[in-house]
Design a binder for this molecule. Structure first.
Ligand code: ZN
Ligand code: ZN
Length: 324
């Protein structure tokens, strides 16, 4: 676990202490092999579930006290809950910590072996070295910029939109909808963010917490609520209204806008922001019903079929039917 300041060292030692405690507990109940890996897995899963709990405690009152809309018959949220738990307890520890950490070590080893100086944001911009929180915020903003372009490109290419459209097929969008995505899209997203994280030198212990920050803001952005962050807040962070515009029926596919994940300022900068929209209904009229309210496995299969169908039609995402 690398650290660049006393605060980083203190955080690393605190995490080591917690992981050591989990490890001792596992040994006490009879586990001896792979207890270090199991302890780290339990720690990061617990962080993921804690973040989900915070999202739940923040968003549930908002959706009940300040709802944007209601539905006469509620679709089952079981698949969305399954996505959220799968992401927090399997994908997040596996990729955001274990894979990133392994790649980080090997990438730095490669740079050292070839006498290539590593690119670290805080060294390039001393402003970010002033306080650990500034390095966290700087890395968060750069990863968010990278994710803006990943998301924007996913709306441009047919095969890519085919898998991304599983996220857009949601017709009853709530905070649970944030994690609804195809497993192939999850793989692309993590590869994309890991590559950028390695290039800008995000420490391996910081990367998982940056991902949790995206998940927390993403959950709030999908909430079924009419709250606003105010003019300034809405121009910095993705508000529920701003992201709902991205999920509008008429905006599915290439005609979309508001591609940001956590910060709306990238949409403002690249002129894809659309504020003051009154979108209530969400969905993608071109999606199979299995993508809308099928089980987890049916949604995954339908997403794969649509990817293949759109890939066969050519490079571009076709015009989108609306109003059905
Ligand atoms: Zn999208
Ligand atoms: Zn979304």
């Amino acid at each position: 676990m690398m650290s660049t300041s006393h605060t980083h060292l203190w955080i690393a030692l605190s995490i080591d202490c917690i992981v050591h405690g989990i490890q001792s507990m596992l040994i006490a109940i009879g586990g001896h092999e792979h207890t270090q890996i199991a302890s780290l897995w339990i720690f990061f899963s617990a962080c993921g579930v804690a973040e989900l709990l915070i999202s739940f405690l923040l968003c549930t009152p908002l959706e009940h006290l300040r709802p944007l809309t209601s539905w006469p018959k509620r679709n089952s949220i079981a698949p969305d809950v399954a996505y959220a738990l799968f992401v927090r307890t399997v994908l997040f520890p596996l990729i955001a910590y274990f894979e990133y950490s392994w790649l980080h070590t090997h990438f730095n080893g490669f740079l050292q072996a070839h006498a290539i100086p590593p690119v670290v944001l805080s060294r390039l911009l001393p402003f970010f070295a002033a306080a650990p929180i500034m390095s966290f915020v700087g890395n968060f903003a750069i990863l968010d910029l990278a994710d803006y372009w990943r998301h924007r490109l996913s709306h441009r290419y047919g095969w890519w939109y085919g898998i991304h459209s599983l996220h857009h097929a949601e017709e009853q969008m709530t905070f649970w909808s944030d994690d609804r995505s195809h497993i192939l899209e999850d793989a692309i997203t993590y590869l994309w963010l890991i590559s950028v994280g390695l290039i800008i030198g995000v420490p391996s212990l910081q990367f998982p917490f940056l991902i949790l920050g995206f998940r927390l803001l993403g959950s709030i952005a999908h909430s079924n609520t009419r709250i606003s962050y105010g003019w300034l807040g809405d121009h910095i962070f993705i508000s529920p209204r701003f992201h709902r515009t991205h999920h509008a029926l008429r905006a599915a596919g290439r005609r979309s806008c508001n591609f940001g994940t956590a910060l709306s300022l990238w949409d403002v900068f690249f002129q894809t922001a659309k504020f003051h929209d009154n979108t209530v209904e969400t969905g993608d009229a071109g999606a199979e019903r299995a993508m809308v309210n099928g089980s987890w496995a049916e949604q995954q299969q339908a997403g794969f079929r649509r990817m293949v169908r759109l890939a066969r039609r050519g490079r571009k995402v076709p015009a989108v039917r609306t109003g059905s």
